[in-house]
Design a protein around this ligand. Structure first.
Ligand code: ZN
Length: 174
């Protein structure tokens, strides 16, 4: 199994995902591939739809260092507190960055790779990553949450991605 980063506007990024009820060898392989892709691309988080897998699975790694990543299954946000705007990027939107408002502190529940239930309170950078990745599982992408000022600045780049996608699908049907 070899998985690669999916670039927006691939529909797998916006179609939503199914919960995980069983951790089998296939799923473990997906997690392994996601780890590889995350560190090759030097990311701090990665959601399964970003490698073409429509399941509720994501990696969070605020330090960006291999081995620090947390494997998160079936996450949910139980409560939120505060709001702050900060800069974000996304591996599915190459070279696009913008400011996104997020909750400062979140209480989350998820399952680990052994399907053990975990509950955590996260704040700041790690909370921001968690919210960004969880959005991916719900078919939401960060360009739709950017401040209007940021969104306007990246509108041309977004149009370029749409154009590249049109060209790709024209080639594949040629
Ligand atoms: Zn992303």
């Amino acid at each position: 199994m070899k998985l690669d980063i999916v670039i927006w506007p691939d529909p797998v990024l916006t179609d939503g995902t199914a919960p995980i009820t069983e951790v089998d060898d296939d799923l473990r392989q997906v997690v392994g591939e996601m780890r590889r892709v995350l560190f090759e691309e030097r990311g701090v988080g990665l959601a399964a739809p970003q490698v073409g897998i429509a399941r509720r699975l994501m990696l969070v790694c605020p330090s960006g260092d291999p081995g620090d990543e947390v494997v998160v299954l079936n996450p949910e946000i139980l409560s939120v507190e505060g709001s702050e705007t900060g800069e974000e990027g996304c591996l599915s939107f190459p070279s696009i960055y913008g400011k996104v408002p997020r909750a400062v502190t979140i209480r989350v529940r998820y399952q680990d790779l052994d399907l053990r239930e975990r509950e955590l309170e996260l704040s700041g950078w790690v909370a921001r990553i968690f919210q960004h990745e969880l959005d991916h599982l719900n078919g939401e992408v960060f360009i739709d949450k950017m401040t209007p000022e940021s969104r306007e600045k990246v509108e041309d780049q977004i149009e370029d991605l749409r154009e590249q996608d049109r060209r790709r699908s024209a080639e594949s049907t040629a």
